[in-house]
Design a protein around this ligand. Structure first.
Ligand SMILES: Nc1ncnc2c1ncn2[C@@H]1O[C@H](COP(=O)(O)OP(=O)(O)OP(=O)(O)O)[C@@H](O)[C@H]1O
Ligand SMILES: [Mg+2]
Length: 336
């Protein structure tokens, strides 16, 4: 268990600064999720915390102790990557025990207990005797997570660990990770993802990064309901928030308004905006209706599944409730 303090952390590769002064406090036992566009510095920041890259300037503390100069193993971190990189010639048991056998001072019995405890947590005990090639992708990823758990880390770091898995395995493994965090409630976790559902469901708090800087940190619902900028409003949530500007936003007394698809309704008359249906997508549980109201990109309305709209159909749309409309000024800051 560790509390992490990042103080004005910067990282340059040659002349290029990619982390530009990140300050952030992560509570002991907290599940922190990093999100942000590709190239914004998520993996780099994680690698700086791990000790896999040197910090150019700034201070990184674990439980009040500066760890800038410590190696990954001295920091007590374990990291799980997108590519799980198991040793192909070792059994699952050997893969999971390997890190501990390298560290001196663990008895055979202690190693066995820790491997079995981790295997039980991840429900992979029956596979301990198998080789990685005899496992499915999801099982291999659980072995990679198990290998990290046996090290009994103070801080667990995940870099898009589920992105190689198919949809069903992603869901199953996501739930395993959530349960793992509950059972290891003292272990601090930092988790990088592109997946909105993973971010919303796993995080105690989400840190949105943009171009090497922290844009906003908050609980998932804080970011969803009270984004501090159009950037965060557009980044959190799926489908993306609709932005409507200029004349079309005038009746809300703001240069730009943002409304989420799930907060819009299609009506035959008396809407706020009118337009024509370009396309509708039925996902079963809900459907996305793309409506051209004269903005650059079509507005997406999320309706219950099974509702049907013909392309070309003339419709009116309106927010369900004026309180669900976000208003932004010309600098992209919320007007509240
Ligand atoms: N070793 C390196 N040398 C030079 N530049 C690097 C190095 N590692 C990363 N970068 C650059 O730093 C920036 C941040 O990269 P990083 O991998 O942290 O992004 P990311 O947010 O993890 O992106 P993605 O979502 O695509 O994984 C990028 O512009 C990248 O090209
Ligand atoms: Mg990355």
């Amino acid at each position: 268990m560790a509390n992490l303090q990042l103080k004005d952390i910067r990282k340059s590769f040659g002349a290029v600064e990619v982390i530009k002064g990140v300050s952030l406090e992560i509570e002991s036992g907290e599940f922190m999720v990093f999100v942000g566009p590709s190239g914004c510095g998520k993996s780099t920041l994680l690698r700086l915390v791990a000790g896999l890259e040197d910090i150019t300037s700034g201070e990184l503390k674990f439980d009040g102790q500066v760890v800038n100069a410590l190696t990954p193993s001295k920091r007590g971190i374990a990291m799980v990557f997108q590519s799980y990189a198991l040793y192909p010639h070792m059994t699952v048991y050997e893969n999971m025990a390997f890190g501990m056998t390298l560290e001196k001072g663990h008895s055979k019995e202690e190693i066995r207990q820790r491997v079995e405890r981790a295997a039980d947590m991840l429900q992979i005990r029956e596979y301990l005797g198998r080789l990685p090639k005899q496992l499915s992708g999801g099982q291999r990823q659980r072995v990679a997570i198990g290998r990290a758990i046996t090290r009994d880390p103070r801080v667990f770091l995940f870099d898009e660990p589920l992105s190689n898995l198919d949809a069903a395995l992603r869901v199953a493994t996501r739930i395993e990770i959530a349960k793992l965090h509950e059972s290891m409630h003292n272990t601090t976790m930092i988790y990088v993802t592109h997946d909105q559902v993973e971010a919303m469901t796993l995080a105690d708090r989400i840190c949105v990064l943009r171009d090497g800087l922290v844009e906003q940190v908050g609980t998932p619902m804080e970011l969803y309901e009270r984004p501090d900028s159009m950037f965060v409003a557009g980044f959190i949530g799926s489908p993306k928030m609709n932005f409507i500007s200029g004349k079309l936003a005038e009746n809300f007394n703001a240069p730009t308004v943002g409304v989420r698809g799930e907060h819009l309704v299609v009506k035959p008359s008396d809407g706020v905006w009118s337009g024509s249906v370009i396309h509708s997508e039925n996902l079963g549980s809900d459907s996305y209706i793309y409506v051209d109201i004269g903005t650059d990109e079509p507005v997406v309305v999320r309706e219950d599944g099974g509702k049907k709209h013909q392309s070309g159909e003339q419709v009116q749309i309106a927010p369900m409730d004026a309180a669900l409309v976000h208003r932004f000024d010309n600098a992209g800051k919320p007007i509240r």
